[in-house]
Ligand binder design. Structure first.
Ligand code: 5CA
Length: 464
């Protein structure tokens, strides 16, 4: 993309309404525009990041054997009357009446709809296990929408639903989700700690939230600092291997880590004092096992091996995809702007032309631009007639991890500059070397981005 032809409405001033850094930078970098309280348009740069996250979630879900589908945003109130949640859900549910006077709602979550799909089409235990998921807009009429996309009213969520014959199988589905979520967040350049939590209106006793530690987080959390040393890394995972998923779940959840709703002071105090932490966190996902809470009242039964009908054991598993855009910025920024991890950056590399209109510099920039695209990368070329300072400020604000700067003086010596946004370090090298270096950085299994896969090799490229 050439910046002169793009739509990147950056703001020079700090927007007064933004209280936290991610909200401020998302507005300033032209990623989002608020349309009304808690409801946002995703402008091109923000939309690109949202799509990248969505893509990673799809890839990791499908790697775990989960099947995508798409359910509607509007749902019939009757389904929620069957489960008993229509009256229970309260004022967070946006209720709508259609022209025939029928009660509808904008889905805050989809347990009822998926259970309805299941009971219509599945009748035998032989069709289990089954995990269906979608990534779809949700609406919760939050009393205090705030912090931009972090607590929106309309937000983008991955929600997956598991159907199993036994509790034991359902707990494997739970563990499988836990592992696939850890992988998902690590690919996004984030550490999200699973913590024992409260299940709220979804129900059930087994539930973990995934928290990204950040001072601006809305959740209060208590944990043993040793949990922050555990990484999934590039280990091979067989999602059908029950003992392996179980042992990873245990590895990540054995140490004390809880949100305030389930915090237990006595247990907490058993941790060596030097490792006790209380902090704030951003909840970027939650997994639930709730057994037959929906299958029983809604009649989602299968014929068991003995021919008798049994209600299926269910769980639901969510990732806050739009919230993650803000969470990543909270975890990765400096006072100049965003610093995108390689796995989620909207463009792989910026190109800054220091003397637009100079024949040699223009030609060199065009060559670099074409060469990066030829290796499957997506560069953003600042080809505007602007002063260098303004171009650097824009690049720093929008946070592309790598920048190639091309100017007349360097070119005379046969060099351009490759700069890391994270360290600020610049190295001079030939244009060819710079392109090669950037291409290497985005190669799969490079240490800077262990799980990143180049676009051309993506197996699920249709999602982009
Ligand atoms: N049905 C279950 C699992 S799919 C469910 O709805 N879980 S949830 O309530 O925990 O939501 C899943 C994730 O959505 C949360 O972990 C959070 O990251 C995100 N989320 C929830 N409410 C909001 C909101 N108002 N704005 C942005 N993201 C939200």
């Amino acid at each position: 993309m050439r910046l002169s032809r793009y739509f990147l409405p950056v703001l020079k001033e700090n927007p007064a309404e933004a209280q936290i850094v991610s909200h401020r930078y998302m507005l300033r970098a032209g990623m989002i525009k608020q349309q009304t309280a808690g409801i946002y348009s995703w402008l091109p740069l923000g939309f690109k990041v949202l799509r990248k996250l969505e893509n990673i979630v799809h890839e990791e879900q499908q790697r775990a054997g989960h099947i995508p589908l798409l359910m509607p945003t509007l749902q019939s109130a009757d389904l929620w009357r069957e489960s008993g949640r229509y009256d229970d859900y309260g004022e967070e549910m946006l209720r709508i009446t259609d022209r025939h006077g029928r009660d509808m709602l904008y889905g805050p979550t989809n347990e009822e709809v998926i259970t309805d799909i299941f009971r219509a089409h599945v009748s035998s235990y032989k069709d289990l296990p089954l995990t269906l998921y979608h990534i779809q807009w949700k609406f919760r009429d939050e009393i205090r929408p705030r912090f931009g996309v972090m607590r929106g009213r309309e937000f983008f969520m991955k929600d997956g639903y598991t159907f199993d014959l036994t509790k034991e199988d359902a707990l494997h589905a739970y563990n499988r989700h836990l592992v696939s979520y850890l992988r998902t967040y690590e690919r996004m350049g984030l550490q999200a700690l699973p913590m024992r939590a409260d299940s709220g209106p979804i129900g059930g006793d087994d539930t973990h939230e995934f928290l990204v530690l950040a001072d601006t987080g809305e959740s209060e959390v208590f944990y043993d600092n040793a949990v922050t040393d555990i990484r999934l890394g590039a280990r091979e995972i067989d999602y059908d291997d029950k003992p392996q998923c179980q042992s990873i779940m245990e590895e990540f959840t054995a140490l004390y880590a809880r949100t305030d709703e389930t915090h237990d002071e006595a247990l907490f105090n058993q941790i060596p004092e030097a490792r006790r932490r209380s902090a704030r966190g951003i909840e970027v996902g939650q997994i639930f096992y709730f057994g037959t809470k929906y299958s029983e009242p809604m009649g989602a039964t299968v014929q068991g091996p003995d021919g008798k009908p049994v209600p299926v054991h269910m769980g639901s598993h969510g990732i806050g995809v739009s919230r993650l855009v803000g969470a990543i910025i909270e975890a990765s920024h400096d006072d100049k702007g965003i610093i995108w991890p390689e796995g989620v950056t909207p463009f792989h590399c910026g190109i800054v032309n220091l003397k637009q209109g100079d024949e040699d510099v223009d030609a060199a920039c065009n060559q670099i631009y074409a060469a990066l695209r030829a290796v499957g990368l997506d560069p953003l070329y600042d080809d505007r007639k602007e002063r260098a300072g303004g171009k650097f400020a824009t690049m720093d604000l929008i946070g592309l991890p790598w920048r190639i700067t091309v100017g007349p003086r360097g070119l005379k010596n046969g060099v351009v500059e490759l700069t890391s946004r994270r360290t600020g370090e610049s190295v001079e090298m030939s244009a060819e070397e710079a392109v090669k270096k950037v291409a290497e950085i985005y190669q799969p299994h490079h240490e800077a981005s262990p799980h990143w896969e180049p676009m051309a090799k993506r197996s699920f490229h249709t999602w982009m």
